[in-house]
Design a protein around this ligand. Sequence first.
Ligand code: GLU
Length: 296
Amino acid sequence: MRFTHVLRASAVAAALALAATACGGGSTTSSSGDPAAAENPSFEAGTTMDRLAKAKAIKIGTKFDQPLFGLKGLDNKPVGFDVEIGKIVAAKLGIPADKITYEETPSRVREEVIEQKKVDAVVATYTINDTRKQRVSFAGPYYVAGQDLMVKKEDTAITGPESLKAANAKVCSVTGSTPAKEIAKFVDAANIVLFDVYSKCADSLRNGQVQAVTTDNVILLGLIDTSQGAFKLVGKSFTTEPYGIGITKGDVKFCEFINKTLTEAVADGSYERAWKATAGKVEPKVPTLPPAGACS
Ligand code: GLU
């Protein structure tokens, strides 16, 4: 008798806990674990939000070879923090995760795919900067990374960007990225190797064609995590890389909508969930959402 009581009490507690997660601060997760799509949200006519909400579909440009941020595996479904940020924005537009089309968007083509309207937004470890702002607008930032170096585990000669010359190191990065530009301050052009994607840099480091890979610390952490102990981070970041969501230049209303969505995602826990399910596996500290930049 007492046993059934206890059982009943715990069943009630469990049901209450479930209800609390479902209702507390609004229902934010669907049964698949993805952010729950808003039901019939309405937006000002003529806005990007209105167009996307009516279409119930969105195209997002992201990376396909960056573990933790944007990685397309054998099941063809991209995973990572950038992908989750895309899902959060889509959900607020009433678009469920399975109605997002992902386009692989290497660093060099990000502005171009936005200008040519091949995608509605780019979420792709995309640093906000003035050069890029001449061609696109940015919502966010939603994260701040910093450029770093990745070397082979046994390397002791490379300790930071200043050590690269003395080590006569060849350094790999990606065309059209901010790290490729920055590293030219430290290394002769002949010693910089550029590919289209970072996974090719990791291959070159593995087979000894280069002695270092440079890009944002969190991208390198993802490559290290999948390197089976072959690589390490030098660990001193030397730039600030605020990640923004690239959209059509001048789409102020869409930018403001995304910024509001990001703030709400912090409040309702979906930002934290997105981090924990992805990059948080390697970097457990949940980042604080940086203050939004001005939309222009
Ligand atoms: N955040 C840097 C950039 O936007 C490096 C990462 C990347 O290439 O995606 O250029």
